[in-house]
Design a protein around this ligand. Structure first.
Ligand code: NAD
Ligand code: MG
Length: 300
């Protein structure tokens, strides 16, 4: 019997059911939560806020789906106003996330566009500032992951696009956002267990995540003189559309996440409390840190 109540003491191994896919068919990239089968849990029915981010202004890339959606819901329920960014083709997912944000009583907006374009990254930040007045929390969470088994099949185009999405956009958005971030602000970058334990078939992705880990630690040392903290979250295998749209080979999906000590993949809802902690003043002495949420596949 599973029980997704995040506040009830229970065996974490059975808190969520194994999201074993019914079919092996992949979605095209970017995958949609609205097409993900079985559905993921973003804390829609469980997350309870307690004013930990009251009045904060947050910008979350990839906030339409997966981990970003769970973070957006939790931030809104903690009292933050939230801007989400996503691609045009993800409008349905974005709409569902905005409905959740608005239902919590917080303001939510989407700024739609492709973050592999530096100009758009600057527009994203200026529109966020126009709508919210400042940026107190920046979550660089958007990511591209496409599994390619052999080196000879990994194209220069994919390698560059993965780095543009995962690394360059983080630089462009952060650089544009920092002048609008007051002391006490928090930047949270989504890295990955792949940064520490790279899998075969994820050469571009895993190495881009290592770059994010280094970027996060270096940026933290650079920005503490402005009173801004910078941390990262390294998820293990989490059930999101990223995995069902080429992040994993289809044949591996039925066993996704079984290899970790917890014996199951994580749900996006299990990530959100860590982002809330890093965004809030409760983590005032935490910077240049990477927090793993991996089901036991610890970081070194
Ligand atoms: P997801 O597909 O729900 O989120 C990724 C988001 O990235 C998409 O919603 C999309 O809006 C955004 N994106 C991709 N390319 C973009 C572009 N060019 N312009 C604008 N937005 C773009 O999947 P997720 O698993 O929730 O991914 C969120 C983050 O978590 C990613 O950085 C991913 O690498 C990381 N992560 C995921 C896992 C996992 O197992 N799911 C594990 C470790 C790290
Ligand atoms: Mg999405």
């Amino acid at each position: 019997m599973t029980d997704s109540n995040q506040y009830k003491m229970q065996d974490p191994r059975s808190q969520y059911s194994m999201p074993t896919p019914q079919k092996n068919d992949n979605q095209p990239e970017p995958g949609l939560d609205s097409k993900l089968e079985p559905k993921a849990d973003h804390g829609e029915n469980t997350y309870v806020g307690s004013g930990r981010l009251k009045g904060r202004k947050a910008l979350i890339t990839g906030g339409d789906s997966g981990i970003g959606r769970a973070v957006a819901i939790a931030f809104a329920r903690e009292g933050a106003e939230v801007i989400i960014n996503h691609l045009e083709s993800e409008e349905q997912d974005g709409k569902e996330t905005l409905e959740q944000i608005n239902a919590s009583g917080s303001k939510g907006y989407a700024v739609v566009g492709d973050i592999t374009d530096e100009k758009f990254c600057q527009t994203l930040v200026s529109e966020a500032v126009e709508k919210l007045g400042s940026i107190d929390i920046l979550v660089n969470n958007a990511g591209k992951q496409q599994f390619v088994e052999n080196l000879e099949d990994l194209s220069t185009e994919q390698f560059c696009k993965t780095y543009a999405t995962n690394v360059f956009a983080m630089f462009w958005i952060t650089k544009a956002a920092v002048p609008h971030m007051p002391a006490g602000s928090s930047i949270i970058n989504t890295t990955s267990i792949q940064s520490y334990q790279p899998s075969t078939g994820l050469l571009d992705y895993a190495s881009s995540k290592s770059a994010i880990t280094g970027f996060t630690k270096s940026l933290a040392k650079m920005l503490i003189n402005k009173g801004i903290r910078v941390n990262g979250v390294a998820p293990g295998p989490i059930w999101t559309p990223l995995q069902q749209s080429g992040g994993q080979p289809a044949k591996k999906l039925p066993h996704f996440g079984e290899h970790v000590p917890m014996g199951r993949p994580g749900q996006p809802a299990e990530l959100a409390p860590v982002y809330v902690f890093l965004a809030s003043q409760e983590s005032s002495y935490v910077t240049a840190e990477i927090m793993g949420v991996t089901g036991g596949e610890h970081l070194p």
